[in-house]
Write a protein that binds this ligand. Structure first.
Ligand code: NAD
Length: 505
């Protein structure tokens, strides 16, 4: 029998040595077999990781930007050399196909590349002569120990959205990844150490709510970045803020892909299949609602059916596979249950993924692409985030109807439009209630030098993740007003200091 992977915490530059009180099972979703066991942190283990990060902070924040940048370049180069290794790890525990997993690693790598420019990103502003002999400049300084709590669906990319930039800014980091696919963060921790970051700068604690609750209450954690489902995001936002922490909590999604009748229908249908069923629909930017405007629904449904007929479902390590299994058996069953729920609500199940052929093993968590037509906003299949390969088709009369649908659905992560009408696209971009917009681009995940984040129930907090917002989130601003001449003259009056009064002296 295959040796079972033992996955443990990474604290102070090395794997944790101890006897875990509780452990979780890790499965290969393509076979249903247990592939590993992960230690779950108690309060003590979280405290040990935070203490290591706290100890490392004072010296790390003082390390020159030149040295920090060197370490980031090393990390970039190490990860670039290991994209396929990390993709294999992701695919084995998550189930997504390896090309898709390599894509997620590449998007994470982009954030390291952005962080390599930290010298430029942390530059302050300077004003000479704000008043006579008075100069003003600004600084951006690190917060201290910051934590990241991440979901199962991007076990490499989402941690990489957070920690490279956080540590580039001079913070130290404690990551609590998903307990369902924990090995990717272990691999990343080893690369961080190899890249030459000092011990304690990056730490990983595995586990569940026990670890998360300790992170939320720990007095030495200054800020929390969270990505996951909306109910947990709301809880994290409220609890962390109540404990005085800075927090950004990205939640779930229900992304609409709007197709106008003037779009190329073949392209739009293929885009819907790719954005709806890629990674088995387990993407926060997956298209889950196809909005067919002005009578183009039949053509789209036909186009999707044709593409799905040749869509290969199978294990992630088979290069022929285009879509892998779902993350757990319970999740597969929950997702599949929406087919009966939709039918019961009067929608039309056009493609039933339970019947789709797959070349996976019997015990794997398989569900083929599913298409439900005739969905309306009152239905549960429309309201809930299903987070699987289930695409709903809502037919509406106009762009106004489509915009209203998106405005009122409660989420606001991504929204896309397919059209050949520049005016309609411009109007969509301006009026749509979503944080990330695609125009003839089905999955509009911003590049690393912009920031990622949704609106409404898809984000709790003010700042988006990575990019310029990431730098703002992981730093505090300071404004310094200084004078090196005529010092005494200006302190004779008790009036509130202002430039005009100073000029008149
Ligand atoms: P999840 O909310 O169940 O878990 C996310 C993290 O929170 C995990 O580390 C988990 O251990 C922890 N957690 C779970 N329940 C908790 C609780 N009650 N108290 C404290 N911590 C808890 O999400 P998931 O199932 O791992 O990931 C899928 C979800 O993430 C989907 O809703 C998806 O839309 C969302 N997501 C959003 C984005 C985004 O950028 N907005 C990106 C990726 C995933």
């Amino acid at each position: 029998m295959r040796r079972m992977d033992q996955i443990t915490h990474w604290i102070d530059g090395k794997p944790w040595v101890g006897d875990a009180e509780r452990r979780g099972k890790v499965f290969n979703p393509a076979t249903g077999e247990q592939s590993g066991e992960v230690d779950f942190a108690t309060v003590d283990e979280v405290d040990a990781a935070v203490a290591a990060a706290r100890r490392a902070f004072d010296s790390w924040r003082a390390v020159s930007l030149a040295k920090r940048t060197n370490a980031l370049f090393s990390l970039r180069s190490l990860l670039a050399d290991h994209v396929d290794d990390l993709a294999r790890i992701v695919s084995a525990e998550h189930g997504k196909v390896q090309a898709d997993a390599a894509g997620e690693v590449a998007r994470g790598l982009e954030v390291i590349e952005f962080a390599c420019g930290i010298t430029q990103l942390l530059k302050g502003e300077f004003t000479e002569g704000a008043s006579t002999g008075v100069n003003v400049h600004s600084l951006r300084q690190p917060l201290g120990v910051v934590a990241g709590i991440t979901p199962f669906n991007f076990p490499a990319m989402v941690p990489l959205w957070m920690f490279p930039l956080a540590i580039a800014c001079g913070n130290t980091f404690v990551l609590k990844p998903s307990e369902k696919d924990p090995s990717a963060s272990q691999f990343l921790a080893e690369l961080v150490a190899e890249a030459g970051f000092p011990n304690g700068v990056f730490n990983v604690v595995h586990g569940d709510k026990v670890a998360v609750d300790r992170i939320l209450s720990h007095p030495d954690i200054a800020a929390v970045s969270f990505v996951g489902s909306t109910p947990v995001a709301r809880h994290i936002y409220e609890a962390a803020a109540q404990n005085g922490k800075r927090v950004q909590a990205l939640g779930g999604a229900k992304n609409h892909l709007v197709v106008l009748p003037d779009a190329d229908m073949t392209e739009a249908a293929e885009a819907a299949v790719s954005a709806g069923f890629g990674s088995a629909g387990e993407r926060c930017m997956a298209a889950s609602v196809l909005v067919a405007v002005g009578g183009c629904g039949d053509q789209l449904v036909e186009g999707i059916r044709r593409r799905v007929d040749r869509l290969a479902v199978g294990p992630g390590d088979d290069p022929e596979s285009e879509m892998g299994p779902l993350i757990t058996l319970e999740h597969r069953d929950r997702v599949a249950s929406y087919l009966d729920i939709g039918a019961g609500e009067g929608a039309n199940v056009v493609i039933d993924g339970r019947q789709h052929p797959n070349n996976g093993e019997e015990g794997g968590y398989w569900l083929g692409p599913c298409l439900i037509d005739g969905v309306s906003p009152g239905m549960q299949v429309y309201r809930d985030e299903i987070f699987g390969p289930v695409l709903s088709v809502v037919r509406v009369d106009s762009l106004d109807d489509a915009l209203e649908l998106i405005r009122t659905n409660g989420y606001g992560n991504g929204a896309a439009i397919f059209t050949s009408d520049g005016g309609a696209a411009q109007r969509f971009e301006s009026e749509v209630e979503a944080g990330m917009v695609g125009i003839n681009v089905a999955i509009p995940v911003p590049v690393s030098y912009y920031s990622f984040g949704g609106w409404q129930g898809s984000l709790f907090g003010d700042l988006h993740v990575y990019g310029p917002d990431g730098v703002r989130f992981y730093t505090r601003g300071k404004a310094v007003t200084s004078r090196w001449s005529h010092i005494g003259e200006h302190h004779k009056s008790l009036a509130f200091p202002n430039a005009a009064a100073s000029e008149n002296r």
